[in-house]
Ligand binder design. Structure first.
Ligand code: FEO
Length: 171
């Protein structure tokens, strides 16, 4: 049985993952309307991954005798001035998610819930990979600057971009 404090923290994380999925879906849709098909596909996929992160938490909470709460979500930002702006927002968001996950891990330790602590390690590793990927993308965009040819290649190549971090979690 989950302690109330842990259940509450996990439900907060469910909302964060749901928000992430929604934000990336809005980003994907914006990219698609800008003719950035590769970027759109990358972001649609990223949005799906966040939904999977949320689902894993929902099922974990229910399996452990808690009640997963499906949250109400705000409408995400729908306009971006350019790809730099979009991916900087994404990187900042992932940094925020990592901080929230670290906070949850700390609550698990304080509450001596080692099962949830163990479950959360997958998310800790996933965040390392997600932040690394977002930083790699920002590095590429900074290198390209305003070069249109570079942007064309970026959009073509991003569909297949991946980064292996020092800890690669099993999907
Ligand atoms: Fe599920 Fe991108 O954090």
């Amino acid at each position: 049985m989950l302690k109330e404090k842990i259940e509450e923290a996990l439900n907060t994380q469910i909302k964060i993952e749901a928000e992430s999925s929604q934000i990336y879906l809005a980003m994907a849709s914006w990219a698609e309307t800008q003719g950035l098909g590769g970027t759109a596909q990358f972001l649609y996929r990223h949005s799906d991954e966040e939904r999977m992160h949320m689902l894993k938490l929902v099922q974990y909470v229910n399996e452990r005798g808690g009640k997963a709460l499906i949250p109400k979500l705000e409408q995400p930002e729908k306009e971006y001035s350019n790809l730099h702006n979009l991916f900087q927002t994404l990187l900042n968001h992932e940094i925020h998610v990592s901080a929230e996950i670290n906070n949850l891990v700390e609550i698990c330790l304080n509450e001596k819930d080692y099962t949830t602590h163990n479950f959360m390690q997958w998310y800790v590793a996933e965040q390392i990979e997600e932040e690394a990927l977002a930083r790699t993308i920002m590095d590429k965009l900074n290198m390209i600057g305003q070069d249109k040819g570079g942007m064309y290649l970026f959009d073509r190549d991003i569909e297949n971009i991946s980064v292996s971090s020092s800890i690669t979690p099993a999907k």
